[in-house]
Design a protein. Sequence first.
Length: 164
Amino acid sequence: MKCRSWILLCLVNLLPFSLTVLAQNPSYGAAVEVATKTIRPEQIRAHIRFLADSLLQGRAPGTPGYDIAARYVATELEGMGLHPGVSGSWFQPVWLEKAVTDGSASSLVLTVSGKEQKLVDAEDYILNTWFASPAGKDQSKSESDVNAPLVFVGFGVTAPDQKL
């Protein structure tokens, strides 16, 4: 999936004055003073309110809400007088892969001495989508059989001072 990559700046107003002040004035104290006078909490709150609004539907990559948020941030950066860094664009193409596990069609069964014990997802095990076929792209279904001895190694905590 091709998505636009962008950096969400929570303190959107911080960047333009910090770059200008820090480049021109070596005194950190002066930069802090300018920042204190320039940053307005209500302006930061307004940016966050828009970017966190349910109108953007969570802003998941590849969704319209994501694109709206990305354009908003790009517009704000441009309005501050900044210039895009990727070939004249605010957006950089990034290829993403998505793996989805169908919990209702997935199962894990232990067979011990011919007796099957069906395990419950998220209680007895956690299924990782890439487990069955990490290199198997474009497969709609995957199945794996593993025959191996099982050894209980404890709960992972060794703390003699706590009598564990």
